[in-house]
Design a protein around this ligand. Structure first.
Ligand code: UGA
Length: 351
């Protein structure tokens, strides 16, 4: 695979190009390489500034259409970011969640196996399942996965994602790499309910919305679950480290047929701590005392998300493999990432 960044004959297909991660990846590809981009998504509102770019072609479609899948698999590098990945949908829309996270990626993987494309498939840190407060570092090739029962439909997403990983790993002839994101945050993440989306977004967008509306932040089951929030800019740097290694004949064996955690283990916080940090950042930005903001409220998971909600209590990535094989380590500290995300949210939605 020759993926020199200055080779203008290369086109990368980005599926889910209009989403949170896709929009950042698109900008980085246009800024750091001479590649062309074939971007596929169902909406492109995050890409208004790129729609007429001479090196981009966009297709409004999804992977349910076999003709679209065939077309995508003609490109030498395919990055699949498309997914339904907001927990509030895992309960009521389990079948749709499974189709989007298993059926569609499996079809794309089969097409890439036939065409010989390198498939960089975005999975999730949630495939480590129902972790406990005592779970240690999650290792890509060692940690066992334990899920809740079928009645806890929260796990519809994680089990579909895990099956997609197993399918990809088992497909003869497929050149693949799996990425497991650990709570990426940054500008353009999710949506503001009632403005550009409905339902409950992930925690960062939820807390940002509540702060902007002067409402209390909701701590699900007391906010004891822990996450390692990771800047989307680190995620993009990881992908470039991956592309670089994948195009080096000496190193490409180390990145093909591998799954990588992408997370910042130094950014671990409980959700209650996250709420406290976001309140302080917001108070600083607004020039008010934090005590003037409403106090967070505790809600039960069932009450907030509906029946079948369950949680991972700790998601701490091992970052050793990415460091060893790619020389990559996430570098952006939590407060920097949160401040950037919150400032963007306030500016974007105050208009
Ligand atoms: C989700 C997805 O399911 C993962 O696949 C995805 O990889 C991950 O986000 C991610 O962003 O990388 P989760 O971390 O549970 O998983 O998503 P959030 O909805 O952001 O919830 C994080 C924690 O905050 C959970 O414990 C949740 O109960 C809590 N939460 C969420 C609150 O306490 N209040 C809220 O308003 C929202």
């Amino acid at each position: 695979m020759n993926l020199r960044l200055d080779d203008s004959s290369i086109t990368v297909a980005i599926v889910g190009c209009g989403g949170f991660i896709g929009s950042h990846l698109l900008d980085a590809v246009l800024e750091r390489t001479r590649w062309r981009v074939f971007g596929v998504d169902l909406d492109f509102y995050r890409l208004q500034h790129r729609l007429n770019h001479e090196r981009c072609e966009f297709l409004c479609a999804d992977l349910a259409d076999p003709a679209v899948v065939e077309r995508i698999a003609k490109f030498p590098l395919v990055v699949n970011l498309a997914a339904i990945c907001t927990p509030s949908r895992y309960m009521g829309e389990a079948c749709e969640v499974i189709r989007s996270n298993y059926d569609h990626p499996a079809a794309l993987a089969e097409a890439c196996a036939k065409s010989g494309s390198w498939l960089v498939h975005f999975s999730t840190s949630e495939i480590y399942g129902k972790t406990t407060p005592d779970s240690g570092e999650l290792l890509e090739d060692e940690t066992p996965a334990v899920f809740g029962p079928v009645s806890a439909s929260r796990w519809s997403y994680a089990t579909a994602k895990l099956l997609a990983e197993r399918f990809i790993a088992g497909l003869p002839g497929l050149r693949w790499t799996v990425v497991r994101p650990f709570n990426f945050v940054g500008p353009y993440m999710d949506f503001m309910p009632g403005v550009d989306g409905e339902g409950i977004p992930r925690v960062l967008a939820n807390f940002s919305t509540a702060l902007l509306r002067g409402e209390p932040l909701k701590l699900v089951n007391g906010g004891k679950a822990k996450r390692c929030f990771t800047s989307v800019h680190d995620a993009v740097d990881f992908l470039f480290a991956l592309f670089d290694a994948g195009s080096d004949p000496e190193r490409c064996d180390g990145v093909l047929s591998q799954a990588f955690n992408v997370g910042n283990a130094e950014n671990e916080v409980s959700v209650a701590e996250l709420a406290a940090r976001m309140r302080s950042i917001f108070a600083k930005v607004r020039g008010v005392d934090v005590s003037t903001l409403p106090e967070p409220q505790v809600v039960s998971g069932e009450e907030y998300y509906g029946a079948g909600y369950d949680d991972s209590m700790r998601r701490l990535p091992s970052v050793e493999k990415a460091q060893r094989l790619l020389g990559f380590k996430a570098a952006i500290p939590l407060d920097t990432a949160l401040e950037e995300s919150l400032l963007w949210f306030v500016k974007h939605y105050s208009v």
